[in-house]
Design a protein around this ligand. Sequence first.
Ligand code: ZN
Length: 281
Amino acid sequence: MPEGPEIKRAADKIAAILDGEVIDRCFIQPAGLRRYRPVLTGARVEAVRPRGKALLTRFDNGLTLYSHNQLYGRWYTTRLDKQPSTNRSLRIALHTLTHSAWLYSASDIAILDDDALQAHPFLQSLGPDILDPNLHWRDILRQLQSPSFNRRSLASLYLDQHFIAGIGNYLRTEILFFAGLSPWTKPIELSLAELGKLARCTLTITQRAYQTGGITNPVKFHRRLKSQGKHREVYRFATFERDGKACYQCGTRIKRVEVNARRLYYCAQCQAVIRPPGSTA
Ligand SMILES: [Zn+2]
């Protein structure tokens, strides 16, 4: 399932053709939503933004198209009426005078007014969005220190969309590596300095992945490997999907484990929690 950076990049592509534009025609496949066709026709798109792993397309008539792609859903953008060739089934199409946005195979689609949007059970339960431009690392620090979360292992916390929305499996692995923390550590066991570093890493690694199209290694480092002719799977991640390979920082072999039924990779050397004996900081 795509994670925050991939979903935000998809939202950016849709926003590039729909934002500020009037919907000239639309197609709505789900029977329960077809009554909205005349309502959305002629409406202007005010914003397209991700919320967790869902996408919200907001219209100037107060309605919002909510779509969650689950495993199979996919948005495409094309010039007007150049329908993509795919075997997936078309659920929604929004056409401006020049472009089309197509949503295929998503099973979780709704059209909501503001009250229904506020009350939506999935949206209501989400933590702060990791790629919200207003999110500060101190907001993440507050989440880490919150009694609701601070006694759980980082491995479990970093997949919980109530904690922070938009982080998935590869970001969990990579953030914990760059923060230098064992996946089994709990926030309550960390010093303020370690929590601060983790909060900043959470933000910077996700923003880096968004800017680079999913690469979490530092830009200079990955460019160097790329210029040496290395493939993307070599330079993309520090530890994710690199089990058995040498850690780029220390040479130790990366390990793979399953935590919460999902793959997690770590370097036992770089991610050991090292404390003076008897320290409780
Ligand atoms: Zn290492």
